[in-house]
Design a protein around this ligand. Structure first.
Ligand code: IVH
Length: 662
């Protein structure tokens, strides 16, 4: 067995390797659970040996404390912007200028997709990430080091012979992360971010690094500098080196020998940009040779050796002919604008989401108005603003009855959404089924919209639990369903019984309880029954579960219909128990501990890890079965209970000693 320092170094190295595989190369070698297990081992070792903790440890991505504001910092050299070319002619003009200024010498271009995010400079000293600065006005930016540290594709340590260097690149949010963020904000009644770029900006400039960490930002690099100057004599060589150092580089960069090749490439991407996971607003064209870049020089605000070919904004003007209402899984009513069909960036758009009543009020929109619609990525088109009021306009009111089932519609105080409160509303059922079957949840392949629609419309499925009673005969009679695919669906439903408890919890669609919270709940309670019967206070002992989530859980289980559903899922044989992988052996083996109050140095999570790593179990409530209660400052009723039952208490120091024994 190696000494702790050696173990820490080896684990860190392993974690860095897997982080790179996962976040930079999108090619993980191990499962999330295996990765988490490695991370926990490292955390425990670092907790036991705080003197060995370094700021570039993989555990330290979210170490930073909230701040009051950002410090302004001078860039090593200006972050310039780029001149734009809006069409083929302007690209050819650019090429002509380059050719003339280079006096006939041969040259080539590197093209890069122009990610639509925020530029940021990241500094490294002695192979370690040391500082990140936003673009700001190009000369002076803001120090966002702690926030940048939470971006997993930004390496905290690199193997480079250079004593210090700087990289520049774009901080972006993928469209997927953006959609998830906005969906979460809708649920919480918070305002939406208008686009991934704004969401990335808001996230990078968060005063609390914890919030940034949840936002799933990515950092793509395109510039490598030493002492404020390009580090290599070819730009292509520099981006290869960035990749080699472990940075994320947009994978569609190309070398182009002629401007015709550049133009073909720009045209090609215009149609394909939808397929990318992030928004791009154009293509950046750069002269590859750094010596030639030097010869070409700069204008006052932009280099003469590069240009941004910008795609036209995908907006168009049309009329709102009607506003329809859709009902989602949580019963939320979403108004949707029915538009006079219009072409936006090559696609005919006839519907655009309006999100909720507040959004309609904010837009000042009435039926009959002329509006600007915008498409970004493959997200649903949206109405940006009213361009002119219709001569016959009609205000829109959300119905007080559900348009699908006629149930009552309620808007609760502090919420943006109005909801149909009938739990058996078919629209809600369809959405619930799709959620239940979706990939990150019960993962029932083949259970898509077409199938769900038919099952609900024919009355074959009236509850999510009915899925487990489906027979082959129920499916083969449906449209577009052969015997083979029907058998597959039945098999997939059957297999879904094996999904672990966190997925079962997620499948219930409890408000605010996504995949991550479900894992914390499963971890803390070990069974669905325990969660079902937990009080508001007990629920909040689970990690990241606050009053709001706890309230939603209690409310969910207070509905008799929901309890019945859970009962049927139990009968169907779903996994209601959870045994997270924990080492069996250790000084705390067989012991159950309860933590109460604020410990002097360990967070709840760290204390729990320390206990689990030593083979112990953490429980949320004190009972006769409790072996020890770990007591911190401001301990409350649990300490009283422990005294009543005569259970031994431990201080943090005593816990450490006990966990390290043996
Ligand atoms: S090069 C002197 N390359 O576009 C070099 N910029 O309109 C200046 N951008 O501020 C930047 N992708 O935020 C460069 N591959 C790329 C880029 C890129 C996106 C952004 C960057 C810059 C803006 C200029």
């Amino acid at each position: 067995m190696k000494d702790p320092a050696g173990q820490i170094e080896q684990l860190s190295e392993e974690l860095r390797h897997h982080e790179h595989r996962y976040y930079v190369l999108d090619a993980p070698l191990i499962t999330d659970a295996e990765y988490d297990a490695l991370m926990r081992r490292l955390q425990t070792l670092e907790t036991q040996h705080p003197e060995l903790l370094t700021p570039d440890s993989p555990t330290q991505r979210v170490g930073g404390k909230p701040r009051d504001g950002f410090i302004k910092v001078l860039h090593s050299s200006s972050l310039l912007s780029l001149d734009n070319a809006l069409n083929e002619g302007e690209l050819r003009d650019f090429d002509r200028r380059v050719r003339d200024l280079l006096g006939g010498a041969p040259y080539r271009y590197v093209t890069e997709l122009k990610l639509d995010g925020l530029s940021m400079a990241a500094h490294y000293r002695d192979g370690k990430f040391s500082q990140a600065i936003t673009r700001g006005d190009g000369t002076v930016g803001e120090d966002v080091t702690e926030n940048a540290r939470t971006i997993r594709s930004l390496p905290l340590r690199v193997k480079s012979p250079l004593p210090s260097f700087e990289v520049r690149g774009e901080t972006v949010m993928s469209r997927h992360a953006f959609e998830r963020l906005n969906a979460g904000r809708d649920e919480k009644g918070l305002s939406r971010f208008a686009n991934p770029r704004n969401a990335a900006a808001g996230s990078l400039r968060q005063l609390e690094p914890r919030v940034t960490a949840e936002r799933r930002l990515e950092y793509y690099t395109y510039y490598l500098l030493t002492e404020g100057r390009p580090a290599f004599d070819s730009h292509w060589r520099a981006i290869e080196e960035l990749r080699h150092l472990g940075f994320k580089v947009e994978p569609n960069s190309k070398i182009c020998q002629t401007i015709d090749e550049v133009i073909d490439l720009c045209n090609g991407w215009e149609g394909q940009r939808e397929a990318l996971p992030y928004d791009i607003d154009g293509v950046v064209v750069k002269v590859d040779s750094v010596e030639q870049q030097r010869q070409l020089g700069f204008t006052a605000k932009a280099p003469r050796w590069a240009i941004a070919y910008k795609y036209p904004a995908r907006q168009a003007t049309t009329t709102v002919e009607a506003i329809e209402v859709q009902v989602g899984r949580t019963g939320a009513l979403t108004p949707v604008a029915c538009l006079k069909p219009v072409e936006v960036g090559g696609v005919t758009v006839s519907r655009a989401t309006l999100h909720n009543e507040d959004e309609i009020a904010r837009l000042g929109l009435e039926i009959g108005d002329e509006v600007v619609v915008e498409r970004s990525g493959d997200v649903i088109p949206k109405v940006v603003r009213v361009s002119s009021q219709g001569s016959y306009r009609k205000p829109f009111r959300l119905p007080s009855q559900c348009p699908v089932c006629g149930g009552k519609v309620v808007r609760e105080a502090g919420e943006a959404a109005s909801r149909c409160i009938n739990a058996n509303c078919p629209a809600r059922l369809k959405e619930s089924l799709l959620h239940f079957a979706s990939r990150g949840v019960m993962n029932i392949d083949g259970m898509g919209e077409a199938l769900v629609d038919q099952l609900v419309d024919r009355g074959t499925v009236r509850s999510v639990a009915d899925l487990y009673d489906l027979q082959l005969a129920d499916l083969v009679s449906l449209e577009r369903m052969g015997a083979k695919s029907a058998a597959k669906v039945i098999r997939n439903i059957d297999h879904s019984r094996q999904n672990a408890l966190p997925r079962v919890i997620t499948s219930l669609g409890i408000r605010f309880v996504g995949e991550r919270t479900a894992i914390f709940l499963a971890d803390a309670f070990g069974s669905l029954d325990a969660i079902e019967n937990a009080s508001l206070e007990e629920l909040q002992l689970a990690e990241e579960v606050g009053p709001k989530v706890a309230e939603a859980v209690v409310q969910y289980f207070s509905e008799p219909g929901n309890r019945e559903l859970v009962g049927r899922l139990r009968t169907a044989g779903l996994q209601f128990h959870y045994a997270p992988h924990r080492p069996a052996a250790g000084p705390l083996q067989g012991k159950t501990l309860v933590i109460t109050g604020t410990l002097p140095t360990l967070s709840r999570d760290e204390a729990r890890q320390l206990i689990e790593q030593a083979g112990g179990k953490v429980s949320s409530a004190v009972s006769k079965k409790t072996s020890y209660v770990v007591v911190g400052e401001d301990a409350g009723s649990k300490l009283v209970k422990a005294r009543e039952l005569g259970i031994n208490t431990l201080t943090e120091d005593e816990l450490r000693a006990l966990a390290a024994a043996g």
